[in-house]
Design a protein around this ligand. Sequence first.
Ligand code: IMP
Ligand code: MG
Length: 182
Amino acid sequence: MEYDQSVIVPESYKVLISEKEIQKRLQELGEQITRDFKGKTPILIGILNGSFIFLADLIRYINTDLEVDFIRISSYGNGRESSGHIKILKPLSADINGRSVLVVEDIVDSGLSVQFLRKMLEAFNPVELKFVTLLNKPEKKKVDVSIDYVGFDIEDKFVVGYGLDDGQMKRNLRSIYYIEQE
Ligand code: IMP
Ligand code: MG
């Protein structure tokens, strides 16, 4: 049985991807990433805050040595639309020069964050720079970005849970929900 979190799930939240479906897909992604990065000791860079749970679960499905680092950027403020103004709130700590890098995103929406991160990280001369995202909204792209690994393509709906926030809360929900408009 799935762990009951109903006391913190509002009525307007509907399950989009269940806890079980997420874990099943992570295992598949982990196997693919393991094959592609075998022997390369990649550095995985989680984009805070949204990706922290995805990264924590994903790396436990990856069977090769790896390192972990984080960057924090902001594009949204506390709203639900990308502002397009991206700020670095916590820079990279690791030296990625000559390394294989896998950037770990929670969700790719307009693509502006990924475009910004690619440009910024390429300047440090990694030998390889790939992106994995748990969720992707194909309809919302403002710029053309290529993502190497996508967990789930989803419709253009605002989603929360599993690291993704609704006004900074609900990150601790185990499934991914969309919010039904009142
Ligand atoms: P982009 O730059 O428009 O691709 O936005 C990417 C970032 O916006 C993600 O890393 C999330 O932090 C945030 N974001 C986009 N869509 C959603 C959503 O539906 N729920 C929660 N956060 C979102
Ligand atoms: Mg984010």
